[in-house]
Design a binder for this molecule. Structure first.
Ligand SMILES: O=P(O)(O)OC[C@H]1O[C@H](OP(=O)(O)OP(=O)(O)O)[C@H](O)[C@@H]1O
Ligand SMILES: O=C(O)c1cc(=O)[nH]c(=O)[nH]1
Length: 182
């Protein structure tokens, strides 16, 4: 709980930006949560790892990842959190577009075929990015146990993800950041 409270403070201090902004989905909003400022912060990243592992502690998975770029430091924070306890958790990255050269992969990192995986995000608005990752992960032969995000903006992400038969969890909601307007 102390870690979650500390993480909320880091998000408020580092990531919340007020002002008119265009989101990934093309819609406009009155605030932005620049989670990369948190997930790539040396003090906050370990909190992301521990809070997200606490959030998903009851789920059975051995690999974690999501759509690049927002998901990447979330997944690696969880990997390092697990390793710090002597546990093994692998990570993967879903590219937005399959790589045209090299191994021509859409999913980089650990081989997830036949494995149970957790799909993560730094923040979710429409849930579209998380669902893109889910689709790619399923196409690669993995089973998605749930989608978990650090910050939920209290928009339609939960409904969109649950409509696909998936469990959706979040560590922090926008209201807890003092953000109740859209
Ligand atoms: O729920 P959604 O409507 O999909 O919006 C949330 C997505 O938007 C942001 O990423 P962005 O698309 O800005 O790309 P980036 O991670 O490459 O910066 C964020 O990291 C999520 O991935
Ligand atoms: O919907 C988005 O694109 C989005 C919202 C937000 O608060 N933060 C972010 O990184 N992306």
């Amino acid at each position: 709980m102390a870690d979650r409270d500390a993480l909320i403070e880091h998000i408020k201090q580092l990531a919340v930006v007020h002002g008119r902004v265009t989101l990934s989905s093309g819609r406009e909003a009155d605030y932005y949560i620049d989670m990369r400022r948190v997930t790539l912060d040396g003090a906050a990243s370990p909190l992301v790892g521990s809070v997200m592992r606490d959030l998903t502690a009851d789920l059975d998975f051995d690999a974690v990842g999501g759509l690049t770029l927002g998901a990447d430091p979330v997944a690696t924070a969880m990997l390092h959190s697990a390793a710090s306890e002597g546990k093994r958790l692998d990570a993967f990255v879903v590219r937005k577009v399959e790589k045209a050269h090299g191994m021509q992969r859409r999913i980089e990192g650990t081989d997830i075929a036949g494995r149970r995986v957790l799909v993560v995000e730094d923040t979710s608005t429409t849930g579209g990015s998380a669902l893109t990752a889910v689709e790619a992960v399923r196409a690669a032969g993995a089973v998605v146990v749930a989608v978990a995000v650090v910050v939920d903006r209290r928009t339609e992400a939960a409904a969109a993800i649950e409509a696909q038969g998936l469990e959706y969890r979040y560590a922090v909601s926008a209201d807890e950041l003092g953000l109740d307007e859209y």
